[in-house]
Design a protein around this ligand. Structure first.
Ligand code: SF4
Length: 378
């Protein structure tokens, strides 16, 4: 991968107000040739310049729909910019303002390890194994997923994607006897349990151990084989945080992202994707109280937007995605200056063969509709 250049001092030492003004000028100059996409977890100082905001799924769809924009500047992380490149047209250039904005979870699944694991698992069972990769994965992993007959999923449509994978082929499904889920074990496990499967239906494949640390019997018994990956932001939330926030704020509703560990999801009132959490809180009655187990930039923005409700981060501390935060005003301005001066920096270009295969997995994901409501615990 290309390395991130050090920014000149005209960016790193500029005052915030100066950076704001220069970014605004560049946006005006570039007009409709430019589209800035901002993920919900992005910091305020950057997201205020986004033409569109959303989660991974929405931003992929928006990228595909921005046919007038010659340049898509993606204020998210690396895998999101890759997805935008894959679904946008050949004439469009996708730019990630800081190449160090990666996703720790996506980086936990190396393509050679995943390919070898899939082969190993297939050799140990007579059932059909279908790979499903969370959209938070590299383009290489998405391509391997498509080649194995699988699809990508988002946290909004993961349940529907699993149902599609497990449905017989004569009913339009993929005919899976088993699903190999990468890279997030928590999303996969929480979804399998919400679908009514017992905990024993899931086993964890640890890429650091021979055969993932699994016996042939473990694989035979499992319906869901989970890659041992996680999001460090959501894994920070723990059961004691739920107890503490309930004690501090009687009557509070706890809502968490399914990338959180199972015990946190079990103790919460509801679990849902970023989009589902936003919908739920937007629709909540004034005066209600919410502790939210997801990225803190988003939660703090929700709190500002709904001053008539009490909204806090579940662990009462910061839960920021520090990788997404590597995109800041200086990097955004530097990327826009590069476009204006015809010296494009940080273009994300997925090799054609990988992009063609990954697009198949992404299109299957886009075709399988999301669930709009959170899953509630009774
Ligand atoms: S919040 Fe977690 S999954 Fe999302 S981009 Fe950051 S590290 Fe990746």
């Amino acid at each position: 991968m290309e390395t991130q250049a050090l920014l000149p001092s005209e960016y790193t030492q500029a005052e915030s107000a100066d950076l704001d003004a220069r970014i605004a000028v560049r946006k005006r100059q570039l007009g409709e040739r430019l589209c800035i996409l901002g993920h919900h977890y992005q910091r305020d100082e950057v997201i205020k310049f986004a033409d569109f905001t959303g989660d991974s799924l929405k931003l992929s769809q928006l990228a595909a729909g921005q046919s007038d924009a010659e340049f898509i500047v993606f204020c998210g992380v690396h895998f999101m910019a890759e997805s935008a490149d894959i679904v946008s047209s050949d004439q469009q250039k996708v730019i990630l303002p800081n190449l160090h904005a990666g996703c720790a979870m996506a980086e936990m699944a190396d393509v050679e390890d995943v390919s070898a694991a899939l082969e190993e698992i297939c050799a140990l069972t007579s059932e059909t194994v279908i790979p499903i990769s969370y959209v938070n994965s590299t383009a290489d992993i998405k391509a391997v997923t498509a080649r194995g007959g699988g699809a990508c999923c988002t946290s909004s449509n993961v349940r529907n994607v699993f149902e599609w994978a497990l449905a017989p082929t004569d009913k339009g499904g993929a005919g899976a006897g088993k699903i190999f889920c990468t890279p997030d074990q928590h999303l996969a496990r929480n979804t399998a349990l919400a679908m009514g499967y017992p905990p024993e239906a899931c086993c964890v494949y640890d890429p650091h151990l021979p055969c993932g640390g699994l016996t042939p019997q473990d694989i035979e018994n499992a319906t869901f084989i989970l890659w041992k990956g996680h999001c460090y932001v959501h894994q920070l939330f723990r059961a004691e945080h739920v107890a503490a926030v309930r004690e501090a704020h009687p009557g509070i509703r706890v809502i968490v992202h399914p990338e959180c560990p199972r015990e946190v999801v079990d103790l919460a009132d509801a679990a849902g994707s970023t989009a589902q959490i936003i919908t739920e809180i937007d629709a909540a009655a004034p005066g209600t109280k919410w502790a939210v187990g997801t990225e803190s930039n988003l939660v703090n923005r929700l709190a500002k937007r709904h001053s008539d409700k009490f909204i806090c981060v579940l662990n009462q501390a910061t839960a920021a995605c520090t990788q997404m935060c590597r995109i800041d005003r200086p990097h955004l301005l530097w990327a826009l200056d590069g476009i204006a001066n015809r010296q494009i920096v940080n273009q994300i270009k997925v090799p054609q063969e990988t992009a063609d295969d990954a697009r198949v997995a992404l299109q299957r994901m886009i075709d399988i509709k999301p669930v709009t409501q959170v899953t509630t615990n009774q």
